[in-house]
Design a binder for this molecule. Structure first.
Ligand code: G6P
Length: 473
């Protein structure tokens, strides 16, 4: 290496994401590790458990510098965030600017220069941590909207690396992306990668349109040429790699006698209703939980369903609780649930069993097995892995998936009952149709969706991405 060059590390393969697979939590005064929330970790944890590499990311705690450590067969390299960085970078720029902007401005994004400064600073720290861990010529795979500047920063520090980027959330249409005051800088950060992956072909198209408009770089079929600082030219590709789950693992859990027994117990504890409807989401305004509750409440009111034979279980796991829009959403959801239950519950039966909690995967699979219908009514969702998990768990080909058109998953799970979440009557009709669907029709649909989910698992997703990245140069 040249004098003054960044020293190299030991790892030939590195994943970098805002969150590590586990979160630092304190239980009864003792600190412990808990699985991190969200689809990114659901998908990447099984990939990293098989791979020989390091995972660079935040440990979920504040001002708690930690050494590298091993956990569930993974080598984890923690990046520390201060209280102020959590507020400005994580709760601010990542989750009150980019998240709403990239999800169709369902909530209005806020633009603050102090948040942007923190985003840049923290992205640099992630880039430096990755540069330090990466061996000569290593492959570094950067994940998601929190770290869009890392590819270019990393390339500057370590031109020897092969750099991939994958965006787990939608990439917005140009007309919306254009609002971002730092639209050019963010694109410059992303094109530091050799390969930029998106969930849907439409996301990749939105991105290449933005690159053409704001960087003046034209592309052909997602392939374009970027000139680096040293004047050298580099080929960059943007295309879709729809993310998946460890389907075999979910199917195995669904066949586990303890999990099957737990599913039976759940139905019993709910009063053995004829139909169990289920919703599973992070408590996020992109998930369309109020729309789902409205539809269900109206069905009760119209007497098209009754609490005597139908219960909705809504798991809403806590998420980004200090961000304003999440607080308002929680109040809205909880008052709606209270109102619907107050109106329709009997002493014995409840309309909605609302659980503001998160559960281990075994309990989730038991819930999937206990549910006759899964309701996914997102207003916008990069993929939605809950839909894929439900399908993987339905080993007997029973059960119906009601799925929003506005999810990435809707492009692969074509045999679901697809709905436009904004069309409340349409959602209501789909729920009624799901409840009454003939077992033969349900089985035909579920079988086709199971084939899709089992054939395209997350190992295949990562192999597809990483081999495309190898071929880039
Ligand atoms: C989505 C994002 C992930 C994020 C997860 C949980 O799946 O794509 O990057 O980690 O939500 O959100 P949180 O803010 O708790 O990390």
């Amino acid at each position: 290496p040249q004098p003054g060059a960044t020293p190299t590390g030991d790892y030939d393969f590195i994943v970098v994401s805002n969150r590590l697979s586990v979160d630092r939590v304190v239980v009864d005064g003792e600190s412990d590790w808990r699985r991190s929330p969200g689809g990114l970790v659901t998908a990447l944890a099984p990939v990293m458990a098989q791979a020989d590499g390091a995972w660079v990311g935040w440990n979920g705690a504040v001002d708690e510098p930690l050494d590298e450590f091993d956990h569930s067969g993974m080598h984890l390299v923690p990046v520390d965030l201060s209280q102020q960085e959590v507020e400005l970078y994580y709760e601010g720029f990542a989750n009150a600017t980019l998240w709403p902007l990239y999800h169709d401005v369902i909530a209005p994004p806020e633009f603050h220069r102090t948040w942007w400064d923190a985003y840049r600073r923290v992205n640099r720290r992630f880039a430096e941590a990755s540069a330090k861990a990466a061996a000569e010529g290593a492959t570094v795979w950067v994940q998601d909207y929190q770290l869009q500047l890392v590819p270019a920063m990393l390339r500057q520090l370590r031109p020897d690396l092969r750099i991939g980027f994958f965006n787990h959330i939608p990439f917005p249409p140009l007309e919306i992306y254009a609002q971002l005051p730092w639209r050019q800088q963010v694109l410059e950060g992303l094109v530091g990668a050799d390969l930029i992956g998106f969930q849907r072909p439409g996301d990749a198209q939105n991105f290449t349109r933005c690159v053409r408009r704001f960087l003046g770089t034209a592309s052909r079929q997602g392939i374009f040429t970027v000139t680096d600082e040293d004047g050298s030219e580099r080929r960059v590709e943007a295309r879709s790699f729809p993310i998946a789950i460890d389907a075999q693992h979910i199917a195995e859990l669904a066949a586990d006698p303890d999990v099957i027994e737990r599913a039976r117990q759940i139905r019993h504890e709910l009063g053995d209703p004829t139909t169990v409807l289920l919703g599973v989401d992070r408590l996020d305004y992109t998930k369309g939980i109020p729309h789902r509750l409205k539809a269900f409440g109206e069905l009760l009111e119209d007497q098209r369903v009754s609490v005597e034979d139908c219960t909705l279980v809504q798991v809403a796991s806590p998420s980004r609780e200090r961000v304003e829009h999440y607080k308002t959403l929680r109040e809205e959801v909880e008052s709606t649930v209270g109102r619907i239950n107050g109106t329709f519950d009997t002493l014995e039966k409840t309309a909605i069993r609302y659980l503001h909690q998160s559960y281990p995967v075994e309990e989730m699979v038991a819930l999937y097995l206990a549910a006759d219908v899964l309701l996914v009514t997102a207003l916008r969702d990069g993929m939605n892995l809950v839909a894929k998990e439900y399908v993987a768990a339905r080993t007997r080909n029973s059960g119906v998936l009601v799925l929003s058109e506005f999810t990435g998953a809707a492009e692969q799970l074509r045999q679901a009952l697809l709905v436009n979440t904004h069309d409340i009557d349409g959602v209501k009709n789909a729920i009624v149709r799901a409840i009454h669907m003939e077992p033969r029709e349900a089985a035909r649909r579920m079988r086709a969706m199971r084939k899709q989910v089992l054939d395209h698992d997350v190992q295949r997703w990562s192999t597809d991405f990483l081999s495309a990245l190898q071929e880039q140069r």
